[in-house]
Design a binder for this molecule. Sequence first.
Ligand SMILES: Cc1cc2nc3c(=O)[nH]c(=O)nc-3n(C[C@H](O)[C@H](O)[C@H](O)COP(=O)(O)O)c2cc1C
Length: 537
Amino acid sequence: MPVLSAPIASGRLIVLIRVLEATGSAMTNRNRDIAAAWKYHTATNHTERSVHNNSHHMDFDNQPRPFKIYRDLEAVTLPSGLEPSGTLALDCLGSAPSHEHRAPTLLELAGLMHHAAGITKVREFPGGKMYFRAAACTGALYHIELYLVCGDMPGLSAGVYHFGPQDFALRRLREGDYRGLLVEAAGGEPSVAQAPAVLVLTSVFWRNAWKYQARAYRHSYWDSGTVLANLLSTGRGYKLPIKVVASFVDEPVNRLLDLDDRKEVALQLVPVGETPEQTIAPAPPVSSLGLEVEPYSRREVEYAAIAEAHAASSLDLPQEARELWGKPPSLVVYEPQGRLFPLSCPPAEELPQETIEDVILRRGSSRRFRRSPITFQQLSIMLDRAAHPVPADFLGDADATLNRLYLIANDVEDLPSGNYVYRRDLGALEQLEEGDFRDQAGRLDLGQELSADASVNVYSLTDLNAVLERYGNRGYRMAQMEASITAGRLYLAAYAQRLGATGLTFFDDEVTEFFSPHAEGKSVMFLLAVGRSGRRG
Ligand SMILES: Cc1cc2nc3c(=O)[nH]c(=O)nc-3n(C[C@H](O)[C@H](O)[C@H](O)COP(=O)(O)O)c2cc1C
């Protein structure tokens, strides 16, 4: 959206916006210069050499605090005593969102925020306390923040709020109904236009870049993806309409949240609830607030590669956002070349009966795996629940995903050890190669033991060129977040079955080579290892 500094009579302003919209596609469109996404991706690929030559070390005296603390804003305490949805985790993970026409209650919003980004465990360490959150996060650095933009609702007046997990409270940044700004920024996206409340996820880059440097930009989408997986499944538990909106004009949303976009940016909008009869008024003017925040560290480092990748995938006009709805590139469908292993899911009454909230609260990342098998049925349930399309603006109604799942099965009962690709179109695993690939798996995750000891490793790979051709650089964000939402669901589907799981990093090109020729030309977006937690016997 253009920034207009001089006051303009409202009639002329509307004409000017229409002219800009009409010419939007013809204007130089930075999102369409897809060399930028490739540049970032290639520059941050892990290779043997890049890892070996990297002299970066973590400066623990300068470790960023994992919370955003506003100096002068009063806390609006959220209601405790969250009501359990009573919905089974595996039901939430396996089904489409609700289309009930209703608004969320404040208690439900509190429940959504708690199960997405709340503190779920506290561990004491010699150096202090560690606050673990509901969703997995690279390095437990928790750089994802949540904001709420809502109209008037029982118990909460219209406003823009920040969610503080440290005291389970909201802080009001702006008073009044600003949803109109989000509707406009998202190009009138119907779920946003009908939502009583919209959650906005952001990333504070430095809090992750402190350890991971420029790769923190990928991590913004990985770590928001696991938060989104929890949000979508908890929302499903509450039977609330809920969706991921990835296409919006960036600048006004960042301005609404009073963000310095070199340091913190909006990643996704998540409309919650659906009240079609509502009309959202245009938002009041959005001035800069200059709110004071406690410094995260004594000093911060900004990574140019992050700023460039984000700027290059930013949208300037609502029309650009609209152009990115639906029509995902189709995955190539072909006759299977290898042996097929159809998924084997038990009837609903035989599924584990734990609720979504209990599974989220119990989830943690496995630190070790015992070398012991999981069953093919357990793997089938995980794939069946995790790999269906995400409710997202960029997928629309298409029964499609941007990523394909590749597997190294080390130890799965009734499945020969080997490499597989998941054929969602056939509901089956297609074998690529039979054999024992533990050693290779243990190398691909940068030599950590976890992949070698896991029962199965699941890699998300995308045809990045096709994705970027369709969505521009914004497609990079979409492919990363979709892969991570799938991984977040896999985490939950594993824990719902009393298994363990962990996200892992990887040598990018080596993974592609490993699964080639099938995976030739594809890029790796995520790796999740699943198995039985515990020490090797
Ligand atoms: C995208 C992603 C990548 C991760 N990569 C690794 C990894 O390479 N090695 C590792 O030991 N843990 C990895 N983890 C696990 C995190 O360290 C873990 O989520 C974090 O410490 C928080 O703990 P929790 O998941 O038990 O709540 C990863 C997690 C995510 C979400």
